[in-house]
Design a protein around this ligand. Structure first.
Ligand code: CTP
Length: 406
């Protein structure tokens, strides 16, 4: 995790009741060493006074696009270039809608449009407004364009409702911002990540698949990119946008995934096998759609797929290999034995059930290597990925140091 010290943060505040929490967020950022410029929308002033924020940050709050005094000192385009990161907390439904369509009708929306800095959004609104397809479509469009969504959290709301829409707590937002800052733990290093399920064709319209959503692998690809890695993300069929800066190769079956991995292998120093690869595929793929007429049952003969991770790990010249183990029983022992049989450097194990692990946004991991283990608590997969990348980098560096001294 990078401290925000020395970073120039534009803290955008829009008109939601959660704006009162922005004062605490500003204080935490300043305490962490960040240089904070608050930019408020006009109506945000109904919820929190600019004087409070000015006192905390030591900088006059900006709230107007056409403000001759401030424009003379630092014009809005200069401010857009000044920012290392823009964090909007709270981000209302209205503000999200305006920037989703590229409006620039006040200072904050103009900055979002004019700046190349990473944009972090902490939504805060009534749960029905958050759930509305219009908001969801706006958020999806922004994420697709590279914005990072922080929350919202689930819980009691100021309006009396309960549900998703609460702004994340200031301390959590500081952690999110620190996690998003570009580090250099894998600077310039090529990394392969597999993600998602595989689909094993039965006939031209049917396949055998599994419940993997790809969320963990995609979060890892984003977290590795944030540490300077050149990431090749080899993904089975998923409904997720490609994280910014990641090279994505789409595949369907295990055999295609294996070919793609082997083709990328020569340059890679790290291989993270996060995909839920089907262990078996149909022996024969029917050329025509299988018809049910005249049958009361259907027997399928399946053959084993190659184990991509074991194959990579068995090579003489091989990258640092990290595997995943999704287990329903006896997590630790099963993961340890998987790590040994496949000859891995590290394994990340998670307990799965119908409601946990696959497809969800949160997860917990038990990470094991030859002489250590760490339990990572249940949390959003995006944050889990940041922590896992940190652990991998520690082990990767330690292994490199041993090799160099040996
Ligand atoms: N893996 C792989 N290629 C396969 C199967 C699995 O690369 N054909 C990788 C996965 O990406 C994951 C790890 O191996 O990192 C999972 O190990 P595996 O033994 O396949 O787990 P399960 O399929 O859950 O095995 P089992 O059903 O035997 O527990």
């Amino acid at each position: 995790m990078q401290p925000s010290g020395g970073r120039r943060v534009v803290l955008g505040i829009t008109a939601g009741i959660a704006a009162f929490k922005a004062a605490e967020l500003a204080r935490l950022l300043v305490r962490d060493g960040a240089d904070v410029q608050v930019v408020m929308t006009r109506s945000a002033g109904q919820f929190i006074g600019p004087m409070t924020l000015q006192a905390i940050t030591g900088r006059p709050v900006r709230d107007a696009l056409f403000d001759p005094v401030h424009e003379a000192a630092m014009g809005h385009i200069e401010l857009a270039r000044w920012a290392d990161v823009i964090l909007v907390a709270p981000a209302t439904a209205d503000f999200i809608a305006r920037i989703a369509i590229g409006m620039a009708d006040d200072l904050l929306s103009t900055l979002c449009l004019a700046s190349g800095a990473p944009l972090l959004l902490a939504p805060a609104m009534n749960q029905a407004m958050w759930g509305h397809p219009a908001t969801q479509a706006n958020v999806a469009a922004l994420v697709e364009r590279g914005a990072t969504l922080l929350g919202p959290d689930d819980g009691d709301q100021a309006c009396g409702d309960t549900g998703p829409g609460r702004m994340r707590e200031p301390a959590a937002l500081l952690g999110d911002l620190q996690a998003s800052l570009v580090g250099a733990r894998f600077a310039g290093r090529r990394v392969i990540v597999t993600a998602g399920p595989t689909q094993e064709p039965l006939d031209p319209v049917r396949f055998l698949g599994n419940r993997s959503s790809g969320k963990m692998g995609f979060a890892l690809a984003a977290a590795l990119t944030a540490q300077g890695a050149e990431v090749v993300l080899i993904s089975g069929p998923v409904a997720l946008p490609t994280p910014r800066g990641v090279e994505r190769i789409d595949v369907e079956s295990a055999l295609q995934m294996r070919d793609a991995v082997l083709a990328e292998l020569p340059e890679a120093v790290l291989f993270i096998a996060c995909a839920a690869v089907a262990d078996y595929r149909p022996l024969e793929v029917a050329a025509h759609k299988i018809k049910k007429e005249g049958t009361s049952s259907l027997k399928l003969e399946l053959v084993r797929n190659p184990d991509i991770l074991a194959e990579v790990s068995a090579r003489a010249e091989r990258p640092f290999c990290v595997g995943f183990a999704a287990e329903t029983d006896d997590l630790e022992a099963a993961a340890e034995s998987k790590m040994r049989t496949k000859g891995l450097d590290m394994i990340a194990a998670n307990q799965v059930s119908v409601s946990r692990g696959f497809g969800t946004d949160d997860n917990a991991l038990l990470v094991i290597w030859n002489d250590g283990r760490v339990a990572l608590a249940n949390q959003p997969k995006t944050q889990l990925a940041v922590q896992l990348v940190d652990l991998i980098a520690d082990r990767f560096d330690a292994q490199a140091a041993t090799k160099n001294s040996g």
